[in-house]
Design a protein around this ligand. Structure first.
Ligand SMILES: *Cc1c(COP(=O)(O)O)cnc(C)c1O
Length: 233
């Protein structure tokens, strides 16, 4: 891995923010303050530092050990860290201790452990429930059908705060199918919002589908390749 050219990174970020702005302008949902999370897995701490100098504050990581190393290297910066990868039960303590957000909760056991292990001096962990919206065998996430029961259990936990839903829909499908998956997520979030006033976040949209996600109501996007270029894994 080599450190990215600062001008390139800065151009990438400017282009991404323009894509986000244009999509917000075209969307009927008018979510004007989209949370832009740079998915920094597979990229160097140095590049995160540069991205922060270019104005980004939120970073998403999928691999715990890699993330913890970067947090140490970037301790002097005030960054918000989002865990966006699959969660094994034996990783929950370190996640609860070190992250601000978790987007990938798909079972109650993991949610319970994160709440129990969240240190008392920190604010509640902000969490999204991951839905396997395209029902792919290879992807984590719960189903729309199982969502009400999971959400009801999660809102009762003291040290985590339910904020919304996350999805990684099938890639390489038609525009219509992409929109359809995102639209299902928007409807599921609307249902959840009726029950729980703390819910406000729809985390969907990546490098290839930011536009369609925002058109269908995304409030948070997680973008890696379009910011940092191809990953080195
Ligand atoms: C890596 C990753 C992203 C970003 O993907 P890109 O296609 O590189 O933008 C978003 N969400 C999750 C859960 C990821 O693991």
């Amino acid at each position: 891995m080599h450190v990215m050219n600062e001008q390139l990174l800065s151009n990438n970020i400017a282009n991404l923010l323009q894509r986000v702005r244009r999509s917000v302008g075209k969307s009927q949902y008018h979510n004007s303050d989209i949370l832009v999370i740079a998915a920094s897995k597979g990229h160097l701490a140095e590049d995160i530092r540069t991205a922060h100098a270019c104005g980004l504050m939120h970073f998403g990581e999928s691999y715990l050990q890699e993330a913890l190393q970067k947090m140490v290297a970037l301790e002097d910066l005030n960054l918000a860290w989002h865990f966006i990868g699959p969660i094994q039960s034996n990783k929950t303590a370190a996640i609860a201790q070190n992250f601000d957000w978790v987007h990938s909760i798909d079972r109650i056991k993991v949610a319970r452990r994160l709440s129990e292990q969240r240190p008392q001096h920190l604010p509640p962990l902000q969490v999204c429930l991951q839905i396997n919206i395209s029902q792919e065998a290879s992807k984590s996430g719960t189903t729309i059908e199982a969502l009400p029961e999971l959400a009801a259990a999660v809102v009762d936990l003291p040290n985590i705060q339910l904020r919304g839903l996350m999805a990684v829909p099938a890639a390489n499908v038609s525009d219509d199918r992409q929109r359809d998956a995102f639209s299902k997520m928007r409807k599921a979030l609307a249902q959840l919002k009726i029950l729980y006033s703390c819910v406000d976040t729809l985390s969907m949209g990546m490098s290839a589908d930011v536009e369609n996600a925002i058109l269908e109501g995304a409030t948070a996007v997680r973008v890696g390749t379009a910011v940092f270029g191809p990953r080195n894994r």
